[in-house]
Design a protein around this ligand. Structure first.
Ligand code: NCD
Length: 367
């Protein structure tokens, strides 16, 4: 059974003014207790040992789920808890991934997707709405268009009598920490027989200015040895200086480029993203992209290493031709499934179920 955890007790010790003035890394230290997240808000809260622990647990959950007794064991773990999905920004895959993760652990679900049908329309602040909803639930998973809203909610709830953990399922164009964890899991599994993530050349391509998945993953990769990162985008979609500054500070070797083609033969992973034009003002900044320089077509495959992988957080557009899907190096569908296991692992950890899962796995000789 889940151990009782004191959620939010670390954020309780700091004022909002002080907390919001911290760097993401400093904020991260207020979110983790002994390697276990109290809230999942920022990629920067996870260091390599934390990631290895999350990935190990995800694997044990994945293996336990292979048979009926294992699945029954997992659904019994949190069948007395309820989770709310507060998704005020469009989502179907991440939404369903979290639904599935909660259901694997037996959590019951409630959802708010259209804030126009809530009292926000009556003038209630979003903060008040979420606080009200939190009264009925034990966990809130939220996706919002505003950067930082999940952080603010976590802090506000930590200062109430009934603190509830928050998972950020995507905040603005800024952070997508659970996607970054599942991307690490996918890279780790893909390079299991190739010496792991250390020493690999990872090429990111597409809308890197507003692609929150790339921003979050790049921050996690700082903890791996001798990785090389390449960011391929047209100038106006190139990765932000906050990320390149953080990479320079961590002494990670990286380069900016504006054509994917020359990098294809040397890449160990190519992480494609779509153009995020929902952030453009109507008739505003949208500029079309030269597909030849920023996409993977079937003919690209012959120039890739045999051991390389192609990733994508999905949804995709023309940046990966559907003919590429048949190639075993296209791992984006596996990445989706990995997301479900990693999210299950994170939720299990937050509710103190890690020990019981590890013990059950050991009973079945699962390492
Ligand atoms: C991404 C997102 O929402 O940031 N999708 C996802 O979570 N799987 C990427 C995107 O929308 O392009």
């Amino acid at each position: 059974m889940a151990a009782d955890v004191r959620i939010g007790s670390m954020l309780r010790d700091i004022s909002w003014r002080d907390f919001s003035a911290l760097t993401p890394e400093e904020k991260g230290r207020h979110l983790m207790r002994d390697g276990v997240p109290e809230h999942v808000l920022l990629a920067q809260q996870f260091r390599r040992p934390d990631l290895e622990r999350i990935c190990g647990l995800a694997t044990r959950i994945r293996k336990l789920s292979k048979d009926r007794p294992g699945r029954d064991f997992l659904t019994g773990l949190l069948s007395d808890r309820r989770a709310m999905l507060y998704f005020s920004q469009p989502s179907s895959r991440t939404f369903l991934s979290f639904c599935a993760a909660c259901e694997i652990l037996g959590l019951r679900l409630g959802e708010v997707r259209d804030t126009a049908t809530s009292s926000e329309i009556k003038g209630e602040s979003r903060e008040d709405s979420v606080r009200t909803f939190s009264s009925y639930f034990d966990l809130i998973i939220m996706r919002t268009k505003e950067k930082g809203f999940a952080e603010r909610t976590a802090w506000v709830l930590s200062h109430t009598d009934r603190p509830v953990p928050i998972i950020n399922a995507g905040s603005g164009a800024d952070q997508h920490p659970t996607q970054a964890c599942l991307d690490i899991y996918t890279l780790q599994r893909s390079f299991e027989n190739e010496g792991g993530i250390d020493g690999k050349h990872i090429v990111f391509c597409g809308d890197l200015a507003r692609g929150r998945t790339v921003r979050s993953l790049a921050m996690l990769l700082r903890d791996y040895h001798d990785v090389r990162l390449s960011f391929v985008a047209p100038d106006h979609f190139q990765i932000g200086s906050d990320i390149t500054d953080a990479l320079s500070e961590a002494k990670i070797s990286f380069q900016l480029a504006d054509d994917l083609n020359p990098l294809v033969p040397e890449a160990d992973a190519i992480y494609m993203t779509r153009i995020q034009d929902e952030w453009d003002e109507i008739g505003g900044k949208f500029q079309s992209v030269d597909v030849d320089r920023f996409s993977i077509q079937e003919h690209t495959l012959s120039r890739m290493k045999d051991t390389a992988v192609i990733m994508h957080p999905l949804p995709r557009r023309e940046e990966i031709h559907p003919d590429v899907d048949r190639d075993p190096r296209a791992v984006y569908w596996r990445q989706v499934r990995n997301g479900m296991w990693v999210r299950t692992a994170l939720i299990a950890m937050m509710f103190g179920c890690e020990g019981s899962i590890n013990a059950e796995a050991a009973r079945h000789s699962i390492v």
